[in-house]
Design a binder for this molecule. Structure first.
Ligand SMILES: [Zn+2]
Length: 315
């Protein structure tokens, strides 16, 4: 048992922590004041010869007195050659990373869900005379978007009352542009883009409703949502081709809500206006549309004009 007395006695023998720390830092400081002298090695400044340019230079040579067989360490290159070699190494590393990026870009282009006929669509091969304002808005959007920092970036809506005005082309151009200009970390594993057609996405989710519990071959509802969740860029093409129902409202609410809560943008193309009898509101519900409208910060691209395919005589 401890008495009060010996507790006190012990207390008297304790050194305040501040003093202990001071002693430790003082001894470290004195060690650091003579960096060339430790028990294990000594360093001196000597004339060295550069292996690269053959010139003499003053270099720091390290000896290991405790291990006489251990060769002293001499710098191989003069400072300017060393800097040059390091720069070249960094350049080679960057070249290697760019190669990795190029491979990833092609993989992601094929993996993101973009239809094959859109893979080669770019801003350059879009007929910009035909839809100048829409083209400009899309280019501006793509230019400032960085899928390594996508949060808080505004969403984008393409609308046209008639089909074939180039909405799909512009969406694909955005995908191709952000992929081709991506300079991020090639160690990244997940494809940062999901390109979905609205109607087929709804169909996919509906299909999961008929699955029996023991069916493990087909994707389940949460898997579909998970495949979209957190993607830095989500594109929904042709939204509104599907018949409005409670099901479409629920589905779009889930998708849009996930984008809102994570602050990630979505690009939508549709032939539906925001409101009216046959509109995004009847398809998605008013709350979802107003959230969507908020995400686009009130801007959406209206595309007018004749059906481009008809205009150009493309079947
Ligand atoms: Zn040199």
């Amino acid at each position: 048992m401890q008495t009060e007395e010996n507790l006190e006695g012990r207390g008297a023998g304790l050194v305040p922590i501040s003093q202990v720390l001071k002693r430790v830092t003082d001894s470290q400081a004195s060690r650091q004041s003579s960096p060339g002298q430790t028990s294990q090695m000594t360093t001196t400044i000597e004339e060295c010869t550069c292996a690269q340019c053959g010139q003499a230079f003053e270099g720091e040579v390290t000896y290991y007195p405790r291990w006489p067989k251990h060769k002293p360490f001499r710098p191989a290159n003069c400072p300017s050659c060393k800097a040059e070699l390091e720069a070249r190494e960094a350049e080679e590393l960057e070249l290697e990373r760019e190669k990795q990026r190029a491979a990833l870009r092609e993989l992601w282009r094929r993996e993101c869900g973009m239809p094959p006929e859109l893979l080669t669509r770019t801003f350059d091969n879009f007929d910009r005379q035909y839809q100048k304002a829409a083209w400009k808005a899309a280019v501006r959007w793509a230019r400032d978007f960085d899928f390594d920092a996508p949060r808080g970036y505004p969403s984008l809506m393409f609308y046209s009352a008639i089909p074939g005005v180039g909405k799909g082309h512009l969406m694909a151009s955005i995908v191709n542009y952000v992929l081709d200009n991506w300079k991020g970390d090639p160690e990244r594993v997940r494809c940062p883009i999901r390109f979905e057609s609205g109607p087929s996405l709804v169909r996919r989710i509906r299909a999961t409703y008929n699955l029996r519990k023991e069916d493990v071959m087909h994707e389940r509802e949460d898997e579909v949502y998970r495949s979209l969740a957190g993607a830095p860029l989500l594109l929904l093409d042709d939204v509104g081709k599907e018949k409005p129902s409670d099901f479409t409202r629920e589905t779009y609410w889930f998708i849009v809500n996930e984008r809102v809560t994570t602050g990630l943008p979505v690009i939508i193309s549709s032939r539906l206006e925001f409101e009216g009898e046959r509109s995004l509101e009847t398809l998605m519900h008013q709350d979802t549309v107003s959230r969507l409208y908020g995400m686009t910060r009130g801007k959406f691209v209206k595309m007018r004009g004749q059906d481009y395919r008809k205009l150009k005589g493309i079947a």
